[in-house]
Each structure stands twice: as structure tokens, then as C-alpha cells.
Design a protein around this ligand. Structure first.
Ligand SMILES: C[S@@+](CC[C@H](N)C(=O)[O-])C[C@H]1O[C@@H](n2cnc3c(N)ncnc32)[C@H](O)[C@@H]1O
Length: 255
């Protein structure tokens, strides 16, 4: 995933905006620790981690971004890496290395956990990454019209070959009737305390249909890692496209 960090850097204006908006609202509710060790899971190109760095108390010890993709980690270190902000490869679905356990005061993740085969595995690992009493703030995608677009496309002859890729990018909460409750229960079972799960509707207006189509193509290209997608085209629509999506914002504390 995210095999082309340059492209991601160009097209992730939605996650950058949403991250800034959610941190503006929730950063003041976090019980920040002094000299904090902070982790951002799914840091991709590093741009969102860089935004995060402006919202955390500036006496932080270290801000680490991690991602499953080594290309993204390399790009992020080159583009945004500093003495105190670094990026490393980590698969958040796999068992956490011993030296990382209980080593972070604050863990963040933006638009990543819904990409996991099993988000619960990610929540469990976040619990183990946190020091006792540490806090995490997680944003992930629930229902999004993007998934419906991909599903509709996969039913057409032209896009049918990409159907398996469409399946891999659908949020497990996309068709969920009561996702807040399901996520709340998962977190509670793991052992988190002071859990606050909110489903928020966000609207993003693309400047024109070409920009929207670029975004659709970008995700396909990115997921499939195949240049063939770049050359595909879909018919133009005269109206601006509006994307509505419902991300979840979690704010919770480890016991
Ligand atoms: C949609 S991007 C979000 C990037 C960034 N947080 C943002 O908001 O712009 C999702 C990121 O999660 C990463 N990712 C997917 N599965 C992962 C896993 N199992 N462990 C760590 N990172 C993962 C992908 O490589 C990708 O960079």
C-alpha cells in the first residue's frame, strides 16, 4: 500500500485537512505528558505526522512515525525527518517487538486502521505500545462514497479486472449498522478505559471532477501498484463532485 509516496504527498489533502481539524478540536482534551514519547501509526509520506508535530507540546522527547511500507518511510525521513521526528517500518497487525512495548505516552493514527485485515489486532497492539495511563487518538474511515464508487466500477466490464483491489480497500465498518458500539466494545474488551468513540460526517468538495477522478485513480494505482491504471479513463461529468464520509474519532486512555 502507498507504494508511491510522491503521489500520496500530492493527493492526501483530505487527510491533511481532517487531521488538522480533529487535532484542533481534540488536542486540548488530551492529558499531555511532559517529555512525551509519541507514535503516529500509518505515517505514509510523513506529512500528517508533520502536522501532528505542531499540535503536541514542544518539550516532547521523540515523535516517531511508522508504516508498513519502506518506500514511504524512506520518503518521510528524507522529507520531514529531524533529530526528534523519525520514521521506521512497522506492521501494526504483527506482534509488536519487545523494545516497543509500553514505550509511548501518546499514540495517534489517522486513516490507517480501516486498511487492516483485522482492525482489532491493531487496537490490541496499540494497547501494548502504550505506557500505563497513556492515551491514544485514532481516526479511521467508516462509511465513504468512495467504496460505493469502487463497487459500482467493479461491476462494469472495464473495471472488473480490478475488483479484487476494490475489495481490499473497503473499510470493515462501511456497511456496519452500529459501528460506534462495535468499536467501543472491541476497545473495552481489550482493556482500554475512558473510551470516547464518535462517528462524524465530513464533507470534502473537490474543485472539479478531474481532481476527484485523479483521487480515484490514485488510490487504484497505489493499491494495485500497476501503471496500467494510470492510462485508464472514465467519462467526464460537468458538475463538481462532493465526497461525504464518516470517519471515527477515538479518544481513550489505557488503564
Ligand atoms: C491512507 S494512508 C494514511 C496516511 C496518513 N496517516 C494520512 O492520514 O495521510 C494509510 C497508511 O497506512 C499504512 N498501513 C497500511 N497497513 C498498515 C499496517 N499493517 N501497519 C502499518 N501501516 C500500515 C499504509 O502503508 C499507508 O501509508
Amino acid at each position: 500500500m502507498e507504494d508511491n509516496p510522491e503521489l500520496f504527498n500530492k493527493y492526501n489533502n483530505v487527510t491533511k485537512r481532517d487531521t488538522a481539524e480533529s487535532l484542533k478540536e481534540y488536542a486540548k482534551k488530551i492529558k499531555w505528558r511532559s517529555n512525551a514519547r509519541v507514535l503516529d501509526i500509518g505515517s505514509a509520506d510523513g506529512s500528517v505526522t508533520s502536522i501532528l508535530s505542531t499540535y503536541i507540546p514542544q518539550d516532547y522527547e521523540i515523535l516517531l512515525g511508522c508504516d508498513i511500507n519502506s518506500n514511504s518511510v524512506k520518503f518521510a525521513n528524507a522529507q520531514y525527518g529531524t533529530e526528534r521526528m523519525k520514521f521506521f517500518v512497522l506492521d501494526i497487525e504483527k506482534p509488536i517487538p519487545e523494545h516497543l512495548k509500553e514505550s509511548f505516552d501518546h499514540v495517534f493514527s489517522f486513516y490507517t486502521l480501516h486498511w487492516l485485515t483485522d482492525p482489532v489486532m491493531g487496537y490490541i497492539n496499540i494497547y501494548h505500545l502504550l505506557k500505563p495511563g497513556g492515551e491514544c487518538f485514532l481516526v479511521l474511515s467508516g462509511k465513504s462514497p468512495f467504496y460505493d464508487i469502487y463497487h459500482a466500477l467493479s461491476l462494469t466490464e472495464k473495471w472488473a479486472p480490478w475488483a479484487k483491489y476494490f475489495d481490499t480497500i473497503v473499510s470493515p465498518y462501511h456497511d456496519c449498522k452500529d459501528p460506534d458500539n462495535i468499536i467501543f466494545k472491541s476497545l473495552k474488551n481489550i482493556g482500554f478505559h475512558h473510551i470516547d468513540v464518535r462517528c462524524k460526517q465530513k464533507v470534502f468538495v473537490y474543485e472539479n471532477t478531474d481532481v476527484l477522478k485523479s483521487k480515484i485513480f490514485y488510490i487504484l494505482f497505489d493499491v494495485s501498484n500497476c501503471t496500467r491504471v494510470k492510462n485508464l479513463s472514465i467519462s467526464k461529468s460537468p458538475r463538481n463532485a462532493i465526497q461525504r464520509k464518516k470517519p471515527f474519532l477515538f479518544h481513550l486512555q489505557k488503564s
